[in-house]
Write a protein that binds this ligand. Structure first.
Ligand SMILES: Cc1ncc(C[n+]2csc(CCOP(=O)(O)OP(=O)(O)O)c2C)c(N)n1
Length: 670
């Protein structure tokens, strides 16, 4: 029983706790996280590693008055537990329950909704500059528009995001009052990589706290300010002297004390490194940071998975462990299924093809295991690039790799590829770079919720000239699509596939090249044809069988290609049945159904009634895949209901011409 969490009125009561109770609270938070995540799934090791940081923040800051911004948000379970969500925490990531990420409409303590990395510093700066603005307008100090402080927590890997550096650039210029806690554990999901990691690693090796003491010493700061002011009064001679002093100081710093130079040079005060699991030191540091003013970075060194032996030993595995697992031992209790996931099939196929073609290289943005490229990296360490949390760079980088004669395969989740929208247009499509995009987690992803659903990529890719976009109906077809993509050299080509196990179909021995832009008939029909994209075509087949019992002859087409779309096949379907139904697990705004409508329009087939089934114009919350499909009417039952109702509405007015009478329309939840 988590006594303090259950009984305290948090976060207010935190302020009257002593060090011993804070330690007990930390223990309770860890136990609650482990006992919940082992059943509900979610982010384990990151939250365990940030417990003391959030206890310190909520001890010093006043939430919700102060703005506490989390970058990425996956580390935020302690924040949720410290802000009155303990009694609902057992609903974590469940349909209707609390989200796995900070969410503005979930709690007044979540001032910034997030799920993607790199957004926190910009948000914190926004809050800090708005405060400055209102102060300039003469708003009194006790007005809520100015009466707050701003703090952002960002991980060492999230700091790799381009947006984070754009924010640093801008914050260092305007210098608003804000505190940044750099939660540095040397880990992304996998171990952190790259130059920023190398820079931070040198700091982590220093004894904790030594530089903080010197740097934040009030006498040091006072003296520095006095000298600078005195020299400024001396005019040019003073400036020259100041420059000389700065030069000497910088050289001494570089030689003696490297910590934080980079941040200091950019206009921040750097405090660190400090032990990020010492709540008392963190509290002291936060007070100092607020006293110093301007943008202050506290570099907190933490251990991912802290306090839970198996998570500390293997924080990579326990970033988001498979569930259920034993909370005592960490043993994963879910049996390994026999049907491979789409990710597995992508990974195996790519390795197989790379054995035969030394031009193939693979690129991930900090998701080596999520994309299955960890296995590629083991087999071909020199042909694998983890660029870190840097999707925009990944896409620009692969474009040039392709121009230099390589065959880059860039594997990024649908939701994170959104970050690189312009790079795909400008660097890849515009220049016809023969890049292969492997878009994992395309479609609904489930418990990660609205920030992570892969339901927009068809819309944002379909509008780009020169790209080929496809989605397999099953894991066997995925193999052929990877093969086809690597054969295609005329420009960019993307294959999207879901986060799921495959359908369980037999696998062909030989890989075959698919004709670009050609779909296939799966079932004939004369009353209507369902044109589907992705594994949902199997659901469509089930629906067609049920409709047959109701007296409707419904055909099914597996479109395979979203772009170019198979116009001939569509015209054939219209010819045979006169009515079309499109199905997709994707937003209807600009999605696959829209592509079909556009094609019909372009072919002059204006009279064809079309029912588009997919996700209406809203974000999709968290829940299991099954629950979400039910809710969205994208399971067999839901599609059946929608199609049947619609077939009753569409009536012929004369030979080959129909009219839709939308009377009993069953629409998916808007
Ligand atoms: C734009 C974006 N890319 C990738 C991810 C997937 N992701 C979630 S957490 C994470 C690692 C974060 O590492 P860090 O910021 O150091 O925090 P830690 O988990 O180590 O505390 C990644 C890559 C994401 N959420 N957003």
């Amino acid at each position: 029983m988590a006594k303090l969490l259950a009984e305290l009125n948090l976060p207010q009561d935190l302020k009257r706790l002593g060090p011993e109770e804070r330690r007990q609270l930390a223990q309770e938070i860890r136990e609650t996280i482990v006992n919940t995540v082992c059943k509900n799934s979610g982010h384990l090791a990151s939250g365990l590693g940030s417990v003391e940081i959030f206890i310190a923040i909520h001890t010093v800051f006043d939430s919700p008055r102060d703005k506490i911004v989390l970058d990425t948000g996956h580390q935020g379970y302690p924040h949720k537990l410290l802000t009155g969500r303990y009694h609902r925490f057992h609903t974590l990531r469940q349909l209707g329950g609390i989200s796995g990420f900070p969410k503005r409409d979930e709690s007044e303590h979540d001032c910034w909704g997030v799920g993607h990395g790199g957004t926190g510093l910009s948000a914190a700066m926004g809050f800090a500059m708005a405060r400055k603005h209102w102060l300039n307008c003469g708003v009194p100090a006790d007005d809520p528009r100015v009466n707050y402080r701003v703090i952002c927590v960002i991980g060492d890997a999230a700091l790799e995001e381009g947006m984070a550096w754009e924010a640093l650039h801008n914050i260092g210029h305007h210098k608003p009052d804000m505190v940044i806690i750099l939660n540095d554990n040397g880990m992304s999901i996998a171990p952190s990589v790259g130059a920023i990691e190398n820079y931070l690693r040198r700091h982590r090796q220093l004894p904790a706290d030594w530089f903080r003491k010197l740097r934040s010493e009030p006498h040091y700061l006072q003296l520095k300010r006095m000298v600078e002011e005195a020299l400024a009064k001396m005019g040019t001679a003073g400036e020259v002297t100041l420059e000389i002093i700065r030069h000497i100081k910088n050289n001494i710093k570089e030689w003696l004390i490297p910590p934080g130079m980079l941040f200091e040079e950019l206009g921040f005060t750097y405090l660190g490194p400090v032990d990020g699991h010492n709540t008392e030191v963190l509290i002291e540091c936060l007070h100092e940071a607020l006293r110093i003013g301007g943008p202050v970075i506290i570099h907190a060194v933490t251990k991912k998975g802290k306090g839970v032996s198996y998570a500390e030993a293997d924080p990579w595995k326990y970033h988001t462990p498979k569930t259920p697992f034993d909370p005592q031992t960490g043993e994963i209790l879910v049996p390994k299924g026999t049907v491979p996931t789409y990710t597995d099939v992508f990974s195996q196929t790519l390795i197989q093809l790379a054995e035969q073609d030394s031009r193939i290289v693979a690129i991930t943005a900090a998701m080596p295991d999520g994309t299955g490229l960890d296995k590629f990296a083991q087999r071909f360490p020199d042909r694998f690039y983890d660029v870190g949390m840097a999707e925009q760079h990944a896409v620009g980088f692969v474009a040039a790799l392709a121009f230099a004669g390589l065959r880059p395969v860039c594997a990024i989740y649908s939701t994170f590829l959104q970050r690189a929208f312009d790079q795909i247009i400008h660097d890849v499509c515009l220049q016809k770079a023969p890049v292969v995009f492997a878009i994992d987690r395309a479609s609904i992803v489930g418990h990660d919720g609205h920030t992570h659903q892969g339901i927009f990529d068809i819309s944002y890719l379909r509008l780009m000239p020169n790209i080929v976009l496809m989605m397999p109906k099953d894991e066997n077809e995925l193999r052929h699509m990877i093969f086809t993509a690597l054969r295609y050299e005329d420009g960019p080509i993307a294959v999207r596939y879901p986060r799921d196990t495959g359908v369980g179909v037999p696998m062909d021995d030989e890989l075959k090249e698919l004709s670009i832009g050609k779909g296939e008939w799966l079932r004939d029909g004369t009353d209507a044809v369902i044109v589907g994209i992705g594994p949902i075509v199997y659901t469509a087949l089930e629906v067609a069988q049920r409709l047959e019992k109701d007296g409707f002859s419904v055909g099914v087409i597996n479109a395979r290609f979203i772009k170019p779309i198979d116009k001939e096949l569509l015209a054939d379907a219209v010819q045979r049945a006169g009515k079309l139904i499109t199905v997709e697990e994707h937003t209807l705004c600009g999605g696959f159904g829209s592509a079909v409508l556009e094609a019909l329009c372009d072919m002059g087939l204006h009279h064809v009634p079309v029912l588009r089934i997919g996700i209406h114009d809203h974000f999709v919350e968290h829940g299991s895949l099954k629950e979400l499909r039910r809710m969205l009417k994208l399971d067999a039952e839901g599609i059946y209901e929608q199609v049947k109702a619609w077939l009753h509405e569409v009536v012929p007015v004369r030979e080959g011409v129909f009219q839709v009478r939308p009377k009993n329309r069953v629409l998916a939840e808007d």
